[in-house]
Design a protein around this ligand. Structure first.
Ligand code: FE
Ligand code: FE
Ligand code: ZN
Length: 295
């Protein structure tokens, strides 16, 4: 079964209910959102009534909450611990965000593993594992998904080996709560040609286990394989292209895993900006590319 949706806006006045309404307007049966700003730690309280209404609307429209995902804010960086106060702040903030997921009854959260900046890869991996061990120790009922990254700058998590090493350093009871979120733009930019997706999945299965994949971000990329850039393009308008993305989306080994679009809005810096998701979801369901931007 295809579960497809997009990134959506979680705003103060409508919260999760707004997210569900937006998703339905795109024809989605899955979605993702930040529980506040993605660049800051300011958070408004969650309104129980809106959450209840949102879950009712999801039920009416057959949206299973297991296909719905929260994205942790970008500013959390567990890979560098040179400033202990900052590192502890990020761990605590991650914990708070996980509790917010429980409050919203959305039980999956994606996290960027982090950038080691002034340290090195080995220390970065150790810090991430240590941070996760602390943050997840006493929190049950939320799955944490480490995102596969493009390898921009000093990002950790841009290879199967990086993710495997992090997961292998987790305490036993934490390991069961940690999963992986793939991202087609990041995979391409990290050096994986998506025409070889089956080889990638075979290696992933050997080293981590394919059952650890709990979400896939579907994005085209403005850049070539191995560019380490991380610039998302609209589906069919980038260097990966429509055909390869369709092969990933409909790969039988990835069936039933929620697929989330994080492609840029059209005319995004202008007044008439609009979300591409309804169009992209339609094309994906029909498996047919339409040059809707230039129509
Ligand atoms: Fe992400
Ligand atoms: Fe992503
Ligand atoms: Zn990205």
């Amino acid at each position: 079964m295809l579960y497809i949706g997009s990134h959506t806006s979680f705003l103060k006045d409508k919260q999760l209910l707004g997210v569900v309404e937006e998703s339905l307007s795109y024809g989605s049966n899955a979605f993702m959102f930040y529980t506040g700003s993605n660049q800051s730690t300011l958070r408004f309280p969650i309104n129980e009534e809106l959450t209840k209404k949102a879950h009712e609307l999801m039920k009416e429209n057959n949206i299973d909450k297991n296909n719905c995902i929260v994205h942790a804010p970008f500013i959390i960086n567990l890979a560098n611990n040179t400033d202990k106060d900052k590192y502890n702040f990020y761990i605590n903030f991650l914990k708070q965000e996980l509790k917010r997921c429980i409050e919203l009854d959305i039980r999956k959260m994606v996290l960027h593993p982090g950038s080691y900046t002034t340290l090195n890869r080995t220390l970065g991996i150790e810090n991430i594992a240590n941070g996760l061990n602390i943050a997840l120790k006493d929190i049950d009922g939320v799955e944490l998904l480490l995102e596969y990254m493009s390898g921009k700058g000093t990002e950790v998590g841009s290879s199967i080996n990086d993710l495997e090493e992090i997961i292998n350093k987790l305490d036993k009871n934490v390991k069961d709560k940690v999963f992986v979120c793939l991202d087609t733009c990041h995979m391409n930019d990290s050096g994986v040609d998506l025409k070889d997706i089956d080889n990638f999945l075979e290696e992933f299965d050997k080293k981590i286990g394919i059952n650890k994949i709990k979400c896939i971000h579907i994005n085209d990329s403005y850049n070539e394989v191995g560019s380490h850039k991380d610039r998302h393009a609209n589906i069919g308008y980038g260097k990966i292209g429509f055909e390869k993305l369709i092969k990933v989306i409909y790969n039988p080994k990835l069936d039933n895993i929620p697929k989330i679009l994080e492609t840029p809005w059209i005319n995004r810096n202008e007044k008439d900006a609009w979300a591409p998701y309804k169009k992209e979801i339609e094309m994906i369901r029909k498996e047919e590319f339409v040059d809707y931007i230039n129509l």
